[in-house]
Design a protein around this ligand. Structure first.
Ligand code: NAD
Length: 349
């Protein structure tokens, strides 16, 4: 195993790890530790190559800085990636090696699960380092964050409805949901209980059938989700789905969902705004997950109460962002960055 520094002007520290088990390469990026240790998950994906992985880890770690600051957590932003197929190349030896590398950063970086990782994998990392959260067992274990992520998104949908329709009441409102995984399915349950009608899609037919059965959802083919007529669109699958192809198709008054990096480019925030579609910034809407993980990192004794108060504060932050955006006729994405950046200074750019 061989570790080298990657020099970037935008991040505090980035390392490249070559020669991991199976000959794999990985990166750990610390964008900012101004607010505290950098926190953000470990992702394993069959990236086209190390350059793509590096690009992803730089972008995602910066996103974590903003997400953690928006949630007012004493945490900076970081992320880790491994180039490889989690289905065939994720071995205990690989995870233990990666755990040792995380440990060598002496707590400057805390990891948790992200795409391609599970709580079981976190337990393997934890054999080599204590700087790992999202564990299923232990005194401060926070487990699966997705129900809390969904709760935060639900709050964001309600806040967005309030600004768009004059009331946060979702009774009779139609919400289109892309992605019925851990987050999307929980969100559907909350929306349904609040009286919303659901239109859903997913690659997985079993998940679609479950949503139809449990929540009386109407299913549509994958690409039709962009053009369906609904009040609010909740993207809960993959990133970059708000782009120059999809934004012209949207027939909704607002977008509020949980997927990370929903905007393909910054300009897409303005394209949504130009169409009169109110966009709830993703890194504020989906901050519930890292709030949940933070109870473990920070070893919060009364975790549920602390978590609930942080979720309420996040709701207030979304309220402030949308209020300022509507009052100044600007995209909420731009306003969110403006509100959050001072909390991160001097590395906000
Ligand atoms: P997941 O893997 O459990 O679910 C994703 C779902 O999206 C799967 O059911 C998958 O089949 C579906 N999907 C993938 N591509 C699709 C497409 N093109 N069209 C429709 N469906 C598609 O993931 P998750 O944990 O539910 O996370 C969903 C999103 O929320 C991700 O972007 C994730 O980064 C983000 N997020 C998750 C959490 C969390 O607590 N899990 C926290 C913050 C952000």
């Amino acid at each position: 195993m061989h570790i080298t520094d990657v020099i970037t002007p935008t991040h505090e520290k980035v390392i490249r790890i070559d020669g991991l088990d199976g000959g794999l390469t990985g990166f750990i990026a610390l964008h900012s530790t101004t607010r505290g240790p950098a926190a953000g998950g470990l992702r394993m994906r069959p990236y086209a190559g190390p350059a793509n992985a590096l690009n992803d880890v730089l972008r995602l770690s910066r996103g974590m800085t903003f997400k953690n600051a928006a949630a007012d957590l004493p945490l900076g932003g970081g992320k880790a990636v491994i180039v490889g197929d989690p289905a065939s190349q994720k071995t205990p030896a690989l995870l233990e090696q990666f755990g040792s590398v995380i440990d060598s950063l002496n707590g400057q970086y805390w990891t948790a699960e992200d795409m391609g990782m599970s709580p079981v994998d976190m337990a393997v990392l934890a054999r080599k380092t204590r700087y790992v959260a999202g564990l299923a067992d232990g005194e401060f274990a926070s487990g699966d964050p997705s129900p809390i992520t969904a709760k935060g998104i639900f709050n964001a949908v309600r806040t967005t409805a309030k600004h768009r329709f004059g009331s946060a009441d979702l009774k009779g409102k139609t919400v289109s949901v892309q992605g019925l995984g851990n987050v999307g399915m929980h969100l559907c349950g909350l929306l349904r209980r609040a009286g919303a009608q659901l239109i859903v899609t997913d690659l997985n037919p079993d998940a679609v059938a479950e949503a139809e059965d449990q929540f009386a959802a109407r299913a549509v083919p994958l690409d039709d989700i962009y053009g369906v007529k609904a009040d609010i669109f909740a993207p809960c699958a993959i990133g970059a789905i708000l782009n120059d192809k999809t934004i012209p198709q949207l027939q909704v008054a607002a977008v509020a969902g949980g997927a990370n990096n929903q905007l393909a480019t910054e300009a897409d925030a303005d394209a949504l705004h130009a169409r009169g579609i109110l966009y709830a910034p993703d890194y504020v809407a989906n901050g519930g997950g890292i709030i949940n993980v933070a109870t473990e990192i920070l070893q919060i004794k009364d975790g549920p109460a602390w978590r609930d108060s942080k979720l309420e504060a996040l709701k207030a932050t979304m309220e402030a962002i949308l209020t300022r955006a509507v009052a100044t006729n600007r995209s909420p994405h731009r306003v969110a960055d403006e509100i959050v950046a001072p909390k991160i200074s001097p590395r906000a750019a």
